[in-house]
Design a protein around this ligand. Sequence first.
Ligand code: URA
Length: 241
Amino acid sequence: MGERQRLDKLLGNSGYGSRKEIRNLIRQRRVTVDGDVISNPGIHVEPGVSKIRIDDIEAVYRKYIYIMMNKPGGVISATYDKRHETIIDLLPDEFRSFDVFPAGRLDIDTEGLVLLTNDGQLAHEILSPRKHIPKTYYVHVNGRVIDKDKEAFAEGIVLDDGYRCLPAELEIIESSEVSEVNLTIYEGKFHQVKRMFESLGKEVVYLKRISMGGLKLDPRLGPGKCREITDKELNALKKNS
Ligand code: URA
């Protein structure tokens, strides 16, 4: 079932604690592999084949993890930053031993759906410009958004650098001094949503991603909160990517 891996790494990547915690478990003689008590955290085991037990309970090997987060404003969607809090800083302890990274980034002031995973293949497919995965944003825009804007988005907005965007779908929820809309785009250029509205002479004042492919942000997740996605959600995401 794949390449041999260090025991401490495999247990860490399966969610059994930090490397340090796992080494402690091993030092305390609480871990067995194929019935033998292990004292060396660096021994190599075969994922899914070697029978690993912690306190005599079988350890389940997990390769991938998929977490949806409701990113709050002011937080960077990167794994490390010198100055700002990152989405990794917001992860609860139970997810920390997995080497997750964000599959797609949001601006620091943008809120909403970010998928964190250690599945490079799926992340690649979601991010591939050729796949045109739909992403829907809930947006507050300064000024009235009108039906003519809808047509402009459907035809393809031309950005400040001359790039013509793929057709996008604008749904007007409320048109007023600060309008409320949903916008679905099929690509992910730098600051794309903000720049699309700028091209129409309008300013985005609030931006939140609410879906990506078949995955919808759980409305019960408060800002900064996260949870693993269900198998059903994962299948919906994979179908779209
Ligand atoms: N478009 C933007 O302008 N910003 C984001 O964070 C995402 C899409």
